[in-house]
Each structure stands twice: as structure tokens, then as C-alpha cells.
Design a protein around this ligand. Structure first.
Ligand code: PLP
Length: 499
């Protein structure tokens, strides 16, 4: 079939709607004999019936396997250059106590970015020495708690913070290991990276100011300097940005060795995943090999040993392992004039919703128009803010059945009072998609649950972990009582009358 002219150039109509591209879907996703999608051996219609929709579903084996693969990849790559590696799971991607336990069981440490995330990690029973704390504006209480419980590392983000962490270490009679976050001037986007003298952003200390900051850290008996840290961005496919950052940091790292031990270099997270079929993300082994080869080569030039390498991926570990399941509530065809539409000159006219520029022979739609089908689901920007926040692309599949009906271009919209409330901007679904169908959006394991809100007082969905044919709720869904629980007067008989 031809593409709908409203469709972006990267989106190709599927030859077979039933196929679930392996690089986008969880490792244990498949179509059952009935045509429904199953994940971890559990059919999605069964999950919807038991737990309702919207529903976050996470393939436990896939998430854990990605964690152990990442550790193995960086450990092997570091060993090839005579060094070691430590992998922190970036909890901001998706944190709950069960996921923390999976990560720790697979040998990863945990990176937290607030007192709340620290509380979740501690509630999971993680040994505090395996935790790292980030943040450009950690409160005094957050620093005090982190130092008090004995977190393994605090990533210092400003000169002011050095004194705050040192004071907490003194109060608790501890020597607190710290890293120093550097604003390397390298920022990477998915397909490009930018390298400047200094990036205009809130995180870290400029390269030029770092020697003074490290001298101040070293002057405090209660602080132990571990090394430099940099995080250059998110959803990065090309390794060049990491290589440039590593290059810049290692020059400084070598200089700092003159004043004392610098055992580690932390290159952050940000490795990209495939959200749609056309995305080609490198395997984590490729990323690890390229990074370590570059680090080793620069270290060779500088005449220094390869330090222990730390990384902090979140998205690559949980992102592809999760899907969100929705029920379709309404569908609506919207006629769009093609004037000014990017791919309008694709000029095809084979009926259905793909008429462009030619007379329409099967309805009374004006020529020069095309149809976009809006498929509205029972969630939206409250369970997945990424499309609205960043214009992120996703794909979608019919989850409750298979269909042989020709695909149509759809936009999956949420149920919020915002026109920007889009879950999947452009995708193809079978033309008979209808109310009551279940649809699943893959690659939603990272930054969906963690960015969820109660906008329009929608209850946040449950998270269900699936594995070997069994499903377990690992975070329960919110109820109406949860929604009203913080409203002081909602349940009070003693309501103060308005003046
Ligand atoms: C400092 C730091 N480390 C690690 C990460 C994890 O990034 P990702 O989930 O893209 O791997 C982030 C994400 O924003 C971050 O800010």
C-alpha cells in the first residue's frame, strides 16, 4: 500500500500489522494463536480484564537481562583495557522497590536524584554503599540523610555544595566519597552532538573551574574525591558526543592526578533506544566497546592508566522492557488539507485514508486532502508526558486481536483537555480499529511512570510485572480515594463555610 501523505517520511506502512519489531518491543512479546499480544507469557487482554487500563506492563526478564548485559558489556570492555567498570541504574527512568531489587540482584548500583528516590532505594533494602546521589540543588536535609545513611557517592554539582557535604560528613563523623560533575560543554541530541567551550545549562562546574573545586574537596578531611562525572544528554545514538566528553574530562583527570588519587571516571547515561521501527540504536556492547576503546586511547596518549569507568544508564535498561496498554474509547476521521504538509507531494490516491491531490472516488472528500484517524484512549499525557513534553515519537499495535484490514494512519490521543495530549503522533493501525479494542504502546518502560501526573484528576495506572506466564502488581493503581486523600476538606464533615 501507499503511505498516507500526512505521514512523516520515516514512517512506512507495515506489510503486516501483526508483526512486533523485535528492537522496539519487549524481548518476550509475541502474538498468541488468537492474535492478541502476550508479554512474558501473559496475554494483554487478560491483564486488562484483571487490572484495568491504562496499565503499565513490564517484562521482568527483559529488564533484568538488559541490566546484566549492560554490566557484562562494560565489565568486559573495561577488562580489555586493564580496568574495571561499575554500572549505576539511573532510577529516575523508573523507580519502585521491586525494580531496585531486580537491578541490585543483577549486580548494578542505584543512582538516585532526590530524597524521595533515595527513600525508595532504602525501602528496597539496598546497601547504602551501592547508592549514588545526584542533583543540582540537593536540600540540606537530603544531603544530611544521604551522608547519614552512608551512600557510596554524592555527585557534587556546585562550589556551594562542597561545603554542605563536608559539613554533613563532619556532623556524622564520616568520610564521604564524592564525584564532581563537570559541565563539559558537550551536549548530544539523538542524531547530533554539540561541543562548545561551555554549555549553557544548570548542571555541573565548568572545566576551567574544576581544579579549584577539586582542591577544595581535597582540603576537607571528611571528603574523598573519587573522580569526575559528566552526563551529556539523553536518547543518544551516536557515540561521538561521549567520546568528545571523555576526551575533555580525561585531560582534566590526568592533570588532577598530580594532586592525589583519581580512581574513577563517570560518563553518565543517555544511551538511546528504538521507539519506532526506523530507529536503529546501537547495542550496549557496541557502546561499551567504543567508549572504552576511546578512553583507553586517550589514556595512552596522556600516559595514564585507564581509570575505573562508571556509567548510569536508565532508559536502555527499562525503556524497551515496558509497554502501556490502553482501551480505545472513540475514533474520529479528520480531513486535513494537504497544502503545506511536508510530504504532500507524495501524491498517491489509492482510496481509504490516503487520498492526496487527486479526486476522491470513494467519498465526498475534497481533492487535495487526506485523512488522519484520531484514536482516543483512556490515558494520555498523565501516564506518558514524553510526546507532549519533547515531541517524542512512539509506535502502537492492536493488542486484543489481529486484523487483516488495510492499515490507516492514526494519531493516538489521550483523554485530557489539551490538544497537545498525544500519545503516538503518527503510526499505522488496522483500518477496523474501534472502540473497545486494546492498543499497546511499546518502549514506555522509561520516563513514563516516573513523569506521570494526576492532570485532570486521572488516577495513575498500576504497574504489572510479567514473567513466565505470571503477572504481579508491583505498583498498585491509584483509586478515587487516593485522588481525594490530600484534599483537606474533601472528606471532612466540618467544612468551613465560605465567608
Ligand atoms: C546525571 C544523569 N545520569 C543518568 C541519567 C540517565 O539517562 P538515561 O536514562 O537516558 O540513560 C540521567 C538522565 O537524565 C542523568 O541526568
Amino acid at each position: 500500500m501507499f503511505a498516507n501523505p500526512l505521514s512523516p517520511s520515516w514512517l512506512v506502512p507495515p506489510d503486516d500489522d501483526a508483526v512486533l519489531p523485535g528492537h522496539v518491543w519487549p524481548a518476550n512479546a509475541e502474538r498468541t494463536a488468537s492474535g492478541a499480544i502476550a508479554i512474558g507469557g501473559v496475554a494483554l487482554p487478560q491483564l486488562a480484564a484483571e487490572f484495568g487500563t491504562p496499565l503499565y506492563v513490564i517484562d521482568e526478564r527483559d529488564a533484568r537481562n538488559r541490566a546484566s548485559r549492560t554490566l557484562a558489556a562494560f565489565t568486559a570492555a573495561a577488562a580489555a583495557h586493564g580496568s574495571t567498570a561499575v554500572v549505576y541504574y539511573a532510577g529516575k527512568a523508573f523507580l519502585c522497590t521491586e525494580v531496585v531489587r531486580w537491578m541490585v540482584a543483577e549486580g548494578l548500583n542505584i543512582d538516585v536524584a532526590s530524597g524521595g528516590e533515595l527513600a525508595v532505594a532504602l525501602a528496597a533494602g539496598v546497601e547504602p554503599a551501592r547508592l549514588g546521589l545526584h542533583g543540582n540543588n540537593k536540600s540540606l536535609a537530603e544531603i544530611d540523610r544521604a551522608v547519614g545513611v552512608g551512600v557510596g557517592a554524592i555527585v557534587i554539582d556546585s562550589m556551594i555544595e562542597i561545603e554542605r557535604v563536608a559539613a554533613a560528613a563532619e556532623r556524622h563523623g564520616r568520610v564521604q566519597p564524592v564525584r564532581l560533575r563537570i559541565n563539559s560543554g558537550v551536549h548530544a541530541h539523538t542524531h547530533e552532538y554539540l561541543a562548545t567551550a561551555r554549555e549553557d545549562q544548570k548542571f555541573g562546574i565548568a572545566l576551567a573551574d574544576a581544579p579549584d573545586a577539586v582542591a577544595v574537596i581535597r582540603a576537607h578531611a571528611g571528603l574523598r574525591f573519587l573522580g569526575l562525572h559528566s552526563h551529556i544528554g539523553s536518547q543518544i545514538f551516536a557515540v561521538e558526543g561521549f567520546l568528545e566528553a571523555a576526551h575533555r574530562l580525561l585531560a582534566l583527570h590526568a592533570e588532577l592526578r598530580a594532586g592525589g588519587d583519581v580512581p574513577e571516571l563517570n560518563l553518565g547515561g543517555g544511551f538511546g533506544i528504538a521507539y519506532v521501527d526506523s530507529d536503529q540504536a546501537p547495542a550496549i556492547e557496541q557502546v561499551a566497546d567504543a567508549l572504552l576503546a576511546a578512553v583507553a586511547s586517550v589514556c595512552g596518549e596522556l600516559g595514564i592508566p585507564v581509570p575505573r569507568i562508571a556509567v548510569e544508564p536508565g532508559r536502555t535498561i527499562v525503556g524497551p522492557a515496558g509497554i502501556t496498554l490502553y482501551e480505545v474509547g472513540t475514533t474520529k476521521d479528520v480531513i486535513v488539507t494537504l497544502e503545506g504538509v511536508g510530504d504532500a507531494d507524495a501524491g498517491n490516491s489509492d482510496g481509504g485514508n490516503i487520498d492526496a491531490g487527486a479526486a476522491n472516488d470513494d467519498d465526498d472528500r475534497p481533492s487535495g486532502t487526506a485523512v488522519r484517524r484520531y484514536v482516543s484512549v483512556d490515558g494520555g499525557m498523565s501516564d506518558n508526558a514524553r510526546a507532549a513534553l519533547y515531541g517524542a515519537d512512539y509506535s502502537v499495535a492492536l493488542a486484543s486481536r489481529a486484523s487483516s484490514v488495510e492499515p490507516v494512519l492514526v494519531r493516538v490521543a489521550g483523554k485530557h483537555c489539551e490538544s497537545g495530549d498525544i500519545v503516538v503522533r503518527d503510526a499505522y493501525l488496522p483500518g477496523d480499529v474501534q472502540p473497545g479494542d486494546l492498543v499497546a504502546v511499546p518502549a514506555t518502560g522509561a520516563y513514563c511512570f516516573s513523569l506521570a501526573s494526576n492532570y485532570n484528576y486521572l488516577a495513575r495506572p498500576a504497574v504489572v510485572a510479567v514473567r513466565d506466564g505470571a503477572a504481579r502488581v508491583i505498583v498498585r493503581g491509584e483509586t478515587e480515594s487516593d485522588l481525594l486523600s490530600r484534599d483537606v476538606f474533601a472528606n471532612s464533615a466540618d467544612q468551613t463555610p465560605l465567608p
